[in-house]
Design a protein around this ligand. Structure first.
Ligand SMILES: Cc1cc2nc3c(=O)[nH]c(=O)nc-3n(C[C@H](O)[C@H](O)[C@H](O)COP(=O)(O)OP(=O)(O)OC[C@H]3O[C@@H](n4cnc5c(N)ncnc54)[C@H](O)[C@@H]3O)c2cc1C
Length: 295
């Protein structure tokens, strides 16, 4: 076996919230053969697997993950261009693809600048911002099953929806995403990208660990507005706090545990439901065991 499987690897440094326990086993594949090896290793031992990108949309519990974490956030990052088509490996940063496309004068994803995750994570969740979604430019996605079978799905077969795809229900690893962009005005797009990054800096608490929007946008409403109306800006449980700058951002204000973040999000759901009648749905994915709130 050529792929290294490490034991008891702390996950907090790899997660944008900087919380959570360790992975019982941990592998960092660099190519499709490595992914197949990792899956075979886990299958042989009956071990659960979890695919981790840049960890910018999730929280592992303080007990960590008892199975094999397959980390794609550092290797497997190549982006190949053929005219207006790009094939991005799962570990490539979405922001890198955006920058490359804009600099090539290709339009369609310039407003996704500054989203800090990988193409694997972005495809899985159908990342979007400022009126653009990754699904609008995806042609097809190549994934692998647990037994190493490669599957290519067309855009329609991926079941993309608002912050959702069929990959939520499929036990597969996304290996490559193929996107097609349209020629645009390079200088205008560079300006749009700069403006997008400026808005993010102005509106988001980027100085504190967070995972972007905690809750999905309820139909016809904004989660941040509802949370603010419920008087929860600055509300704190343990080290987890509702940002003063943007109410839909929960931040690690110092020493937060994964349980603090989970408790706070549960309390926000409870209060917003009581005061505004809307049931918020989490966008951030919580993995592992969490105590219920209220206790
Ligand atoms: C400051 C900040 C701003 C953000 N702004 C936005 C925004 O504007 N819009 C937006 O949509 N999101 C935003 N996010 C959230 C996040 O960056 C995106 O959802 C991103 O696409 C997640 O990618 P990731 O690599 O971090 O995925 P992770 O958090 O590592 O994983 C997320 C999910 O994807 C799965 N996954 C990851 N890689 C693969 C793979 N190769 N195969 C199969 N499954 C995989 C994981 O198992 C997990 O279930 C923001 C986050 C932060 C911290």
């Amino acid at each position: 076996m050529s792929l290294a499987i490490r034991e008891n690897v702390p996950l907090a440094p790899l997660i944008s919230f900087k919380v959570g326990g360790a992975a019982r086993w941990f592998a960092e594949p660099a190519n499709a053969a490595d992914f197949a090896e990792a899956m075979a290793w886990a299958k042989e031992r009956g071990v659960e697997t979890f695919i981790l990108g840049k960890g910018t949309n999730l929280v592992f519990s303080d007990q960590g993950f008892p199975g094999l974490v397959v980390y794609t956030g550092r290797a497997f990052t190549h982006i190949a261009w053929d005219r207006n088509r790009a094939t991005a490996q799962a570990g490539a940063l979405l922001h890198t693809l955006v920058t490359q496309s804009v600099n090539k004068g290709m339009a369609g994803i310039q407003h996704l600048a500054g989203i800090p995750g990988t193409m694997g994570g972005g495809t899985y969740i159908n990342a979007g911002a400022f009126g653009q979604e990754l699904k609008e430019v995806i042609v097809s996605v190549v994934s692998t099953t647990r037994d190493g079978r490669l599957i290519t799905r067309s855009n329609a077969e991926c079941g993309f929806a608002y912050r959702h795809s069929h990959f939520f229900a499929l036990d597969e690893i996304i290996l490559e995403t193929i996107v097609e962009l349209i020629p645009g005005d390079k200088v205008a797009m560079q300006a749009e990208m700069r403006e997008t990054l400026r808005k993010r800096k102005e509106k988001q608490p980027l100085h504190l660990p967070n995972a972007g929007s905690m809750f999905k946008r309820p139909p016809g409403q904004f989660a941040g507005v509802l949370i603010e109306q419920a008087g929860l800006k600055g509300f704190r449980m343990g080290g987890a706090m509702i940002s003063e700058k943007h109410a839909n951002f929960t931040v690690n204000a110092g020493g937060a545990t994964a349980q603090d973040i989970h408790d706070l999000s549960s309390e926000v759901i409870r209060r917003v439901k009581d005061q505004c009648g809307t049931t918020l749905e989490r966008e951030v994915i919580f993995i592992g065991a969490f105590l219920p709130w209220p206790r």
